[in-house]
Design a protein around this ligand. Structure first.
Ligand code: MG
Length: 379
């Protein structure tokens, strides 16, 4: 918080110097090319760390944890506040410290027109490599601000039908039989389950779930299977158990093995860890049938939208996923969800200390609020 305040005060001082410049730039812009509909006052930018508490200890093939660090971001101009969020599961390498260091270098006060998202986000991306979640937080906050300024939610700005949001999966982590049964009961309203595999008890997990429900299952291996022959046997078995597709069956480095597997697999394969940003999609051609797009990987909504268009052009399926996130980042991802075949947007449901209300799950389906921007409200 103290770093945040120091940065903010420093920026406020700088803002005084840029204010005059901003206004004169705006005036000349108004005369030549129409009004950008902002006052030209510098955009304020602040951020603060927060820790999400998970309802259950969450275990996937590579780790277990009970909290997730996030960084909340706010931009403010013309009396409108835009909200953004960086969710940083530790295995991805970002943290409160890295996000603080990165976000301290973001200076939005130098842009007289926040509508120039292309320029602003390109500059933010160029500040440092990596930091995808921190970049996403800035992107989401700007989208929220712009949408609120225009008075529309982003699904409307993009021309999407809110009735076309997909059903979302509810994720069942790797756990004991009793806990798995309990989680399946909790997932009552969901029409599709997502099951994390990639450890010794894979068959037991699926069999335990099949004892209590016949709902369709989507499997996420999180790179857990190292041997392609073993992976193929598992997928052939899963195909007999009502499984729809398999996400990231093998490590991202084993590209040739995954391509081999895809050629023989009776189920579609979806890339997650293998496909982070737009430029990674070319590596997925012939390797995956679809990709899992997450705002925390794609650096936000702007690039995620382009990833969807690119995947579609290549005939790939699109899944929109999430990390454990508050309803802030989940609502942002939900704006894109009418474009997706599959959604895995249960991140806010897995936590006990949400900071926002927004996109919700009604009868298992992602449901947008119709409110402007990302459609989320700070609690
Ligand atoms: Mg995944």
């Amino acid at each position: 918080m103290s770093t945040d305040r120091r940065t903010f005060l420093k920026r406020s001082a700088l803002a005084g110097a840029t204010l005059a410049l901003g206004r004169s730039a705006l005036l000349s812009f108004s005369k030549t090319a129409g009004t950008p509909n902002t006052t030209g006052n510098p955009m304020k930018f602040r951020f603060y760390p927060y820790t999400l508490e998970l309802k259950h200890v969450f275990t996937v093939a590579t780790f277990s944890r009970s909290t997730t660090p996030v960084m909340m971001v706010e931009v403010e101009q013309d009396g409108i506040t835009g909200y953004g969020e960086a969710s940083m599961p530790p295995y991805l390498g970002e943290s409160h410290a890295t996000a603080t260091a990165f976000l301290s270098k973001v200076d939005l006060s130098k842009y007289p027109d926040p509508f120039r998202l292309e320029d602003i986000l390109r500059d933010v991306d160029a500040i440092a490599p990596g930091n995808y979640a921190a970049k996403a937080a800035v992107d989401i906050a700007l989208h929220d601000w712009l949408g609120k300024k225009m008075g529309y939610p982003w699904h409307r700005i993009w021309g999407l039908d809110p009735a076309k949001t997909p059903v979302t999966t509810f994720t069942i982590g790797i756990d004991t039989k009793d806990i798995v049964r309990q989680k399946v009961k909790e997932a009552d309203i969901y029409k599709v389950l997502k099951v994390k595999l990639g450890r010794e008890n894979d068959r037991e997990m699926i069999e335990t779930i099949r004892e209590v429900t016949d709902k369709p299952i989507r499997v996420d291996v999180n790179q857990g299977w190292k041997d392609r022959e073993f992976a193929l046997k598992m997928i052939e078995w899963l195909a007999t158990k009502g499984v729809e597709f398999v996400e990231q069956p093998m490590p991202k480095e084993q590209v040739d093995d995954i391509a081999w597997l895809r050629a023989k697999s009776p189920l579609p394969l979806i890339g997650d860890e293998s496909v982070v940003r737009l430029a990674d999609i070319r590596k997925a051609i012939g390797v995956f049938d679809g990709i899992n797009i997450k705002l925390m990987k794609s650096t936000g909504m702007h690039e995620a939208y382009r990833m969807i268009a690119t995947a579609r052009a290549l005939g790939m399926k699109v899944m929109i996923g999430c990390m454990t996130e508050t309803s802030c980042a989940i609502s942002a991802a939900a704006q894109l969800s009418p474009l997706a075949d599959y959604a895995d947007l249960d991140g806010a449901l897995l936590i006990s200390n949400d900071l926002f209300s927004g996109a919700s799950i009604v009868d298992g389906k992602v449901t947008l609020t119709g409110m402007p921007g990302i459609g989320a409200t700070k609690l």
